[in-house]
Write a protein that binds this ligand. Structure first.
Ligand SMILES: O=C(O)c1cc(C(=O)O)c2c(n1)C(=O)C(=O)c1cc(C(=O)O)[nH]c1-2
Length: 238
């Protein structure tokens, strides 16, 4: 495949498998969830946010050149900040606070769905264990995240009276950060995935990552939309 054909194949995977298509997201954005269900989404998604810097640090440690490390360390700064009280993980906690969740409960990770933990841990392991090319390719879901974020913010503000622009402020910088990150990752993959084996591995890495995101939403749907399926120990409506 030429680089253009590879990019088209990657975009096709997003068009077919990205989590914007999941029924739980459709319900979240269309205002069909109640406050408890939105809380469950934010509490579980906190685990994803909190492990993203660990995922990026493990890749950073393996990158071979100062140029690559300089680029990748921006992601750590985006999420961890460069001073107390800054960065994406802190801003996600502003979201869970705004939704009325107890911060100690969120940070404790005690109330996560089991499948959230398995899915997120699988992503961190994938990035630690696979080739640098596959690890970088697995971040390419961010090619598709700007449009879902815009849709989510607009939908949630329109439909939920318990959500304010301040509560959703996590997402504003992502609209600039995600395209910057995915442009870099896409250019890297276009340049370095040359053999058919490498190209197949890159496509599989993106499919894998779509499955990580999809299975997190499957678990939320099963536990909080289908009545009575909250696993033992997981967050429960009070
Ligand atoms: O709100 C979303 O739908 C969404 C999706 C994704 C993604 O597609 O992986 C990320 C984010 N948000 C996000 O906020 C974020 O920091 C992020 C980092 C990564 C990554 O794989 O390194 N994906 C995403």
């Amino acid at each position: 495949m030429s680089p253009d054909q590879l990019e088209a194949a990657l975009r096709q995977i997003g068009a077919e498998r990205y989590h914007n298509l999941h029924p739980f997201h459709r319900a979240l954005h269309d205002g069909r969830l109640d406050r408890i269900q939105v809380q469950a989404w934010a509490l579980n998604r906190y685990y994803y946010q909190s492990r993203i810097p660990a995922k990026d640090a493990t890749l950073l440690a393996r990158l071979p050149t100062p140029e690559l490390r300089r680029e990748w360390r921006l992601r750590l700064i985006d999420h961890d900040g460069d001073a107390p009280g800054t960065g994406g993980v802190t801003r996600w906690l502003a979201l869970t606070d705004g939704l009325g969740l107890d911060r100690d409960l969120v940070v404790s990770l005690d109330a996560l769905l089991p499948a959230t933990r398995f899915a997120v841990d699988a992503y961190v392991s994938f990035v630690r264990e696979r080739s640098i090319l596959e690890a970088i390719a697995s971040s390419l879901t961010e090619l598709f995240s700007s449009s879902i974020i815009s849709e989510r913010v607009a939908g949630m503000l329109r439909h939920y009276d318990f959500v304010s622009p301040e509560t959703l402020s996590y997402f504003t910088p992502r609209l600039l950060q995600a395209p910057r990150d995915s442009d870099f990752a896409l250019a890297y993959v276009r340049e370095h995935a040359r053999t058919s084996e490498q190209q197949a591995a890159v496509l599989d890495a993106l499919r894998f990552k779509c499955s990580v995101l999809w299975s997190m939403l499957d678990a939320l749907e099963h536990a909080y939309v289908t009545p009575g399926h909250v696993p033992p120990g997981a967050f429960r409506p009070t």
